[in-house]
Design a protein around this ligand. Structure first.
Ligand code: NAP
Length: 242
């Protein structure tokens, strides 16, 4: 019998989890909303590094790990690779394709936070869509800038930073309204891929605004990789039916 551990925290992972049967386990770090209507088991919280994950795989008799974490959740992906190798459990991964620039896009690459700060220096009204990382830098906002930071979780903000607690998906009308209201002149983004958060790129294109794109981290190779959740689910259901 296959007993899969699905590492999630993304819409892709939830799409798989919604169709997984009772022997399988859906795992969340604890930041995302915890679904209560799944047929599979749900566990929440870190494993305690590679050693903790190896112990978990043994204790729970897991026979397959599916890494469907966000492409920027590189630590969890690395831990999964190492733990699966040590525990001799196969590792599958859903690796969402990166967005590609289209005609009219003005994307500027940044390798890290420092690179982002350099790229946005000429602008006044950046929109950060990187998660909570910018909150660590609220004291470093130049006098010439006002930051709009969209992330999960509340924060009171400062005179020079407005914090929006919002969870995707985001549609194009909503993004246009936000860009206009906040007078955005540059967007900072991860290259997450997928549909849920791509509307901001279309609005940036429309308004001829640059997008500073944080480089994707390197991810380890899995034993089997899928471009989308549907094919990973299909492969899992095929195992279940044997
Ligand atoms: P990370 O840096 O790769 O992971 C940090 C630690 O969180 C891991 O070492 C692990 O703790 C724990 N963890 C992460 N994913 C887990 C999971 N699915 N189940 C159990 N423990 C997990 O990850 P992150 O960037 O902080 O992201 C945290 C979660 O949010 C991920 O599950 C990811 O899919 C989701 N998410 C991330 C982003 C993003 O931009 N990074 C965006 C959307 C959703 P231990 O070492 O103790 O096992």
């Amino acid at each position: 019998m296959t007993r899969a551990l699905l590492l999630g925290g993304t819409g892709d992972a939830l799409a798989i989890a919604r169709n997984m049967g009772a022997p399988h386990v859906y795992s969340l770090a604890g930041l995302a909303r915890v679904p209560t209507d799944l047929a599979c088991a749900v566990r929440v919280g870190g494993f305690g590094g590679v050693a903790g994950l190896v112990d978990y795989l043994h204790a729970e008799r897991i026979t397959l790990v599916i890494d469907a974490t966000h492409p920027y959740a590189a630590q969890m992906s690395r831990h999964a690779r190492e733990a699966c190798t040590l525990a001799k459990v196969p590792l599958w991964a859903v690796r969402r394709a990166a967005w590609q620039p289209q005609a009219g896009d003005d994307w500027r690459d940044a390798a890290d936070w420092r690179g982002i700060v350099e790229r946005i220096a000429p602008f006044r009204r950046p929109l950060f869509t990187l998660g909570r990382e910018p909150l660590k830098h609220l004291n470093e906002i130049p006098a010439s800038q006002h930051w709009t930071i969209r992330c999960l979780g509340t924060h009171e903000g400062t005179a020079r930073a407005s914090i929006l607690d919002a969870r995707g998906p985001f549609d194009i009308d909503g993004e246009r309204a936000l860009f206009d209201a906040a007078r955005i002149d540059v967007v900072i983004s991860k290259n997450s891929g997928g549909r849920a958060t791509e509307a901001k790129l279309a609005v940036a294109r429309e308004q001829q605004l640059p997008v500073v794109m944080l480089a994707r981290p390197m991810l380890p190779e899995a034993d089997r990789e899928f471009d989308d959740p549907a094919s990973a689910l299909h492969a899992l259901l095929a195992l279940d039916s044997h």
